[in-house]
Design a protein around this ligand. Structure first.
Ligand code: BG6
Ligand code: MG
Length: 222
């Protein structure tokens, strides 16, 4: 079978914005008296904004404390902080190996789509000057978030690809579960002991390891 599309998560795969999400959530949580550490943060990766807030409130036993309007306010504050941290993002912040892989995919006419839960994806791709490399960016609004398969299925649909002939690349447990639920080949970026149990077909420690030929061999695709 031929590879029909490569579907990329954004935060933590294309660039290190996962760390800015963590910083912004940590600061917001501290303001309301909740401590979050990097281990708990693994359960926030890939999770949509309001859902992430719910998880933090549950973690701090404050799930009953705020009205919907107050929760929206907290999420908005986090986002403002996050967007401020993005202000210094430049093309140099693209993870190693990503530009080379995108170039290779372009030369081989393999479509690429951004399958991120983030509403800030267009802004980030603009700052990294990578927009022209992608055939689409899934709008995560109004569809179930990761670990449901919808974001990845929509990404495949945008370029008319059969999910079975797609490779998804993710740094989060929820994202790996989403790729597998979509019936695709799941490449994890990070630690085997974190992403392996979620079902990653292969885990690379860094985006440096990503190369088209290597992915094709691993996924048994042509
Ligand atoms: C995901 C991140 O890519 O996007 C999550 O891994 C984040 O941490 C989610 O909460 C939503 O992002 P945003 O930018 O819409 O708040
Ligand atoms: Mg991610």
């Amino acid at each position: 079978m031929k590879l029909q599309a490569v579907l990329f998560d954004l935060d933590g795969v294309i660039t290190d914005t996962a760390k800015y999400h963590f910083i912004a959530w940590k600061q917001m949580a501290e303001r309301i008296g909740i401590e979050i550490d990097s281990e708990f943060n693994e359960s926030l990766k890939g999770i949509e904004r309001m859902q992430s807030l719910e998880r933090i409130l549950i973690h701090g036993h404050q799930e009953q404390k705020y009205s919907q309007a107050e929760k929206e306010r907290l999420a908005q504050e986090k986002n403002e902080e996050y967007v401020a941290l993005l202000a210094n993002l430049t093309p140099e912040d693209t993870y190693p190996g990503i530009n080379e892989l995108l170039q290779e995919l372009r030369e081989n006419n393999i479509p690429t789509v951004i399958a991120s839960a983030s509403k800030n994806a267009p802004l980030i791709l603009e700052a990294l000057q990578l927009k022209s490399y992608f055939h689409g960016i899934v709008d995560p609004g109004g569809i179930p978030g990761k670990p449901e398969p919808d974001i990845f299925l929509k990404a495949a649909e945008q370029v008319g690809a059969d999910p079975m002939c797609c490779i998804g690349i993710e740094d989060s447990q929820a994202g790996i579960e989403a790729i597998k639920a979509a019936g695709m080949y799941a490449v994890g970026i990070g630690e085997e002991n974190i992403l392996g149990p979620s079902g990653a077909d292969i885990v690379y420690p860094s985006t440096r390891e990503l190369a088209l030929q290597r992915l094709l061999v691993a996924a048994h695709l042509e």
